[in-house]
Design a protein around this ligand. Structure first.
Ligand code: ADE
Length: 244
């Protein structure tokens, strides 16, 4: 099936995956990033830390596609919940992604990627369904996430909004909700990686665990979640999928 790329923006989001790689993985350093090439639960893969933001995600996606010939890319990490139904501890798998901070009006439509003629990028349906199913099993078995207000975390599939902004003011989050009523969550890399995969014709998927509600408490919630929960979710959801 070819090699799978797994990318995350922060070390904690991929730490358990790196630790679980089968012995003998090679590390290639390109453009100030380490690309770990080997097998993970038997699947050939390259795992890399993109760092935060759209430029970093786009650069890392380009490298895994061009240098390591990957056939699929998964981006994993945390996101701020936007939609009323999306709470801390829930998982969001992207159906589509868009760049909420792209605005070249009046030259192009709002959110349109100039000269590409697209606003939204569609994730690979098959890969996304596998992630959704595995996430559903994971949250069912795990029960209440640490610090999560709801008894049973949920798995959602839909629109993810990406921008070079950490949303930490309620007014900012509300403005996004009004502009993009179907957006489930907000993060800082997914749609940039999606644009690169689209341009190269490589299937991709994005999975996000909700760490905060993109409001005044976002910084504290995000930090606590990153330290305590992020790594458990990523490895717990990907392991059954890669082993099968
Ligand atoms: N990733 C996790 N929480 C986020 C937020 N509130 N804004 C942007 N990206 C995030």
């Amino acid at each position: 099936m070819g090699r799978l790329a797994i990318l995350g923006a922060l070390h904690e989001e991929i730490a358990d995956l790196l630790a679980a790689m089968d012995p003998g993985a090679a590390v290639h350093r390109i453009a100030m990033r380490d690309f770990h090439v080997g097998t993970l639960w038997g699947t050939p893969c390259v795992i890399a830390l993109s760092r935060i933001g759209k430029v970093a995600a786009a650069a890392t996606a380009s490298i895994v596609i061009r240098e390591f010939g990957v056939s699929r890319v998964i981006f994993t990490g945390l996101a701020g919940g936007l939609h009323a139904d999306v709470e801390v501890g829930d998982v969001v798998v992207a159906h589509t992604l868009m760049q909420h901070d792209m605005d070249a009006r009046p030259l192009f439509g709002q959110h349109e990627i100039p000269l590409l003629g697209r606003v939204r990028f569609e994730a690979d349906a098959g890969l996304s369904k596998l992630l959704q199913d595995s996430a559903a099993d994971f949250v069912r078995d795990r029960g209440v996430a640490d610090g999560a207000p709801r008894v049973q975390p949920r798995v959602h599939a839909g629109l993810i909004a990406t921008g070079d902004v950490f949303v930490s003011r309620a007014e900012e989050a509300q403005a996004l909700r009004e502009r993009l009523p179907d957006a489930l969550c907000v993060e800082m890399e997914g749609a940039a990686m999606a644009q690169i995969c689209y341009e190269f014709g490589i299937p991709f998927a994005v999975m996000r665990v909700i760490s905060d509600r993109a409001d005044h408490a976002a910084k504290a919630d995000f930090t606590a979640f990153l330290e305590n929960v992020a790594r458990v979710y990523t490895a717990g959801i990907l392991a059954p999928l890669l082993k099968s």
